[in-house]
Design a protein around this ligand. Structure first.
Ligand SMILES: NC(=O)c1ccc[n+]([C@@H]2O[C@H](COP(=O)([O-])OP(=O)(O)OC[C@H]3O[C@@H](n4cnc5c(N)ncnc54)[C@H](O)[C@@H]3O)[C@@H](O)[C@H]2O)c1
Ligand SMILES: [Zn+2]
Length: 352
């Protein structure tokens, strides 16, 4: 059965439709208004898997496929999109359908925000992370050689169409990485979501898992659309996670590093007397259950800490942590002692 969630955004609102089989069954264009030409922007991997279905679902659309991978989330790839959009006759009345994970969604969203000063955008997220996180909230953009997501815009979609059946082809490692963000959403706002994960939600439960996880993101971005305050709660596990990801030389995927980062945030919260050891164990248990690591192997705590500090310098701010004083009780801590951070990082050494 289709679920429809409503998102209020500045000056507009849009729906998120969640329905298993939505993409295979129907004409996708029935789900949004479009007065002009359609372009589907996807990547070559998804084109190989879903190209035939895409042509059936949106027969009139121009299909633009870019290379796969974060390495291609660049202005050069967006320039390729613009060129194909001009050649394909897209004008101001056109609609861009972003069909892919967060990389495609962010880039196609940026192209839609800027092409002819902005055309309509429909998000069709295909990875678990993009379904519960990146396709909602309006942040779009690309990386620069100097750092990730340094160029971007806010661009609200007309609609977000989520078909959990698309997850059947998602590699297991990517699925686990998406689960890291879902655990994060559960920890900051929704204990029932954590119960669903514990019950090892199978594909039939995916729609419910996604619905609850998306609802957390909706609630946060509605309260803080331009990231001035509580949207920072979505960074739970990410101050540690980003640094661990970088210190590993990206051998650890983002979601894997975030899994470890969630354990780190729990350990730090316990160390500061905000939660007891039982909740730390619960976070470890959940992270392990979804197939993610809880420790950072041989990475040196000092090296990880240096990455945290250099990240902070780039953002010209203080080292800030999102901590927990309980499930669904996130708190921002700005003045954490270096020794406490290093002690937590030391506890994360080893494997498991
Ligand atoms: N805009 C935001 O608010 C926001 C939030 C979080 C993350 N992000 C961004 O999202 C990106 C990460 O997104 P991601 O984790 O989806 O990565 P991704 O887009 O690279 O997708 C991961 C991999 O899975 C493949 N894939 C996706 N769906 C598939 C499917 N159904 N079947 C088979 N393969 C599939 C992709 O081709 C890719 O190889 C990062 O660039 C990050 O900065 C943005
Ligand atoms: Zn993340």
């Amino acid at each position: 059965m289709a679920e429809r969630l409503r998102v209020a955004a500045p000056d507009t609102h849009y729906d998120i439709v969640i329905e298993a089989g939505l993409f295979a069954g129907a004409n996708l264009a029935d789900h949004f208004r479009s007065d002009g030409r359609l372009a589907v922007i996807t990547n070559v991997t998804l084109q190989r898997l879903y190209g035939d279905l895409l042509r059936l679902a949106l027969p009139e659309a121009l299909i633009i496929a870019v290379p796969d991978g974060e390495a291609h989330k660049t202005l050069a790839t967006v320039a390729q999109m613009y060129a194909e959009m001009v050649d394909g006759g897209l004008d101001r009345q056109s609609t861009v359908v972003a069909f892919g994970g967060g990389v495609v969604g962010d880039m196609a969203g940026f192209a839609a925000a800027t092409y002819m000063r902005g055309v309509s955008l429909v998000q069709v997220p295909t990875s678990l992370l993009s379904m519960v996180d990146s396709s909602v909230g309006g942040k779009v953009g690309v990386d620069l050689p100097q750092g990730k997501n340094l160029v971007g815009a806010f661009k609200q979609p007309e609609v977000v169409l989520i078909d959990p059946a698309l997850l059947a082809t998602l590699p297991a490692r990517e699925r686990a990485c998406g689960m890291a963000e879902i655990i994060k959403h559960g920890l900051i706002a929704d204990p029932i979501l954590l119960d669903l994960i514990s019950r090892r939600a199978s594909l039939e439960h995916d729609a419910e898992l996604i619905r609850r996880a998306v609802q957390v993101k909706i609630d946060v971005v509605q309260q803080d659309p331009y990231e001035q305050g509580i949207r920072a709660y979505l960074n739970l596990g990410h101050t540690f996670g980003h640094a661990i990801e970088q210190a590993s030389g990206y051998a650890l995927a983002h979601g894997e590093a975030v899994g470890i980062g969630l354990v780190a945030a729990a350990l730090l919260s316990a160390r500061l007397g905000m939660i007891d050891a039982g909740l730390v164990d619960e976070v470890r248990r959940l992270v392990t259950l979804v197939g993610l690591p809880t420790r950072m192997g041989a990475l040196d705590p000092e090296v990880v800490y240096d990455f945290m500090r250099s990240d902070k310098k780039k953002k010209a701010g203080k080292l800030r942590f999102v901590l927990l004083s309980g499930i669904a009780q996130p708190q921002i801590a700005a003045d954490v002692d270096v020794q406490d951070v290093l002690a937590v990082l030391t506890e994360l050494r080893g494997h498991g």
